[in-house]
Design a protein around this ligand. Structure first.
Ligand SMILES: [Zn+2]
Length: 286
């Protein structure tokens, strides 16, 4: 492909990607005539499609176009067409539509190229019809060269309108880049999402950094509970003792007295413990 043409195609394809949100691999609907043309002139259809569109392509063919090829009984063309992805058009095989009607019904959904198809067709009437639908890249073979039609008036109008909108809304706001006017609801959604994101910060620690809780069997947990209760009681008791002591700290004399009393108590208690222990030992020995 000559450099000049490649550049102009690239420019046109930018409009399809930016304004009409085409994504690679481009889905290319081929008609029966272009498949026949490619097989008779030994023309590599997929290769030249991807060269012309300067991208990955996914060739597709409708059920009705395949039916039209069956009628020609050109086995090479049928085999080639069968290697492409089949596009279901919901026209019954025994009542197949003419390829042009079938392709138009698949591409033109309420005046829009809803599924973002590139159309490669040798049918000039079909191409003329599809020029009225904005955002349909049109290809055909002209003397064994794949050609892309210049941007249709309908496509150019939409593209200009969007450029204008971008100017008014502000080029610096990436939220408005590549969005149509009737996508304003989407923009609102975007804003709401951002607000929601800001509100919900990470309040809990990262669950991956937290140690997992051990699963306890019933008996184990019961034992643990008992232990916990015992601990709690002993802690409470020690707290009580401390508190008593604090209350009595009024003057030095009292404090000394209290201390001596406390010591005496402690001694008594320890002796008691000794007694009980010795008693127990005696019982065991008995
Ligand atoms: Zn069909």
């Amino acid at each position: 492909m000559r450099q000049k043409r490649a550049k102009s195609y690239r420019k046109q394809l930018l409009v399809y990607t930016h304004t009409f949100k085409f994504r690679q691999p481009y889905q290319v609907l081929v008609d029966d005539q272009i498949v026949l043309n490619a097989t008779t002139s030994k023309f590599n259809l997929v290769k030249s499609l991807s060269q012309t569109l300067q991208a990955e392509v996914k060739p597709m063919i409708t059920q009705c176009c395949i039916q039209a090829l069956y009628a020609t009984e050109n086995q090479n063309a049928i085999n080639l067409a069968k290697s492409y992805e089949r596009r279901r058009c919901n026209h019954p095989p025994n009542d197949a539509k003419a390829p042009a009607i079938c392709i138009e019904s698949v591409v033109n959904v309420d005046g829009e190229n809803k599924h973002r198809y590139v159309v490669a067709t040798q049918d000039i009437k079909l191409r003329r019809k599809l020029r009225r639908v904005p955002g349909v890249p049109l290809l055909h073979i002209n003397r064994s060269v794949m050609v892309m039609e210049p941007l249709s008036d309908a496509s150019a109008r939409i593209s200009r309108k969007m450029e204008q909108e971008k100017l008014f809304k502000g080029l610096n706001d990436p939220k408005y880049a590549g969005l149509k006017k009737n996508d304003e609801a989407d923009i609102e959604d975007l804003k709401n999402q951002e607000v929601r994101k800001r509100k919900s910060g990470p309040k809990e620690p990262n669950p991956l950094s937290v140690k997992k809780k051990k699963k306890q069997t019933d008996t184990e947990s019961g034992n643990k509970n008992k232990e916990d209760i015992n601990k709690a009681i002993s802690i409470e008791e020690s707290n009580k003792k401390k508190r008593k002591r604090r209350h009595k700290k009024k003057n030095k004399e009292n404090q000394i007295e209290d201390n001596s009393k406390q010591e005496a108590e402690n001694v008594e208690k320890s002796s008691e413990v000794d007694e009980t222990e010795s008693l127990e030992r005696q019982e065991h020995s008995d």
